[in-house]
Design a protein around this ligand. Sequence first.
Ligand SMILES: [Zn+2]
Length: 80
Amino acid sequence: MLTCKELSERATDYLENALSPAQRAGIKMHLLMCKHCQAYVDQLAKTVKLLKAAGDSAAELTPDPALLAKFRSGTAESQG
Ligand SMILES: [Zn+2]
């Protein structure tokens, strides 16, 4: 049986359909019994949707260093 920690680690892959059928089944079983993880996955699903709506097909949940650098260079210019 999956622990909550294991589920949280795989939740992104679950939402991206990147897991094997057996792994998906394990997560679904856990979600049926665990309201905490239901809420977590629900929240994560909304985040992934927002990212996809923003045009990021990769839907990375961690900031892209190259993208951060772009933002930083942009703000540095405007602030002089
Ligand atoms: Zn749980």
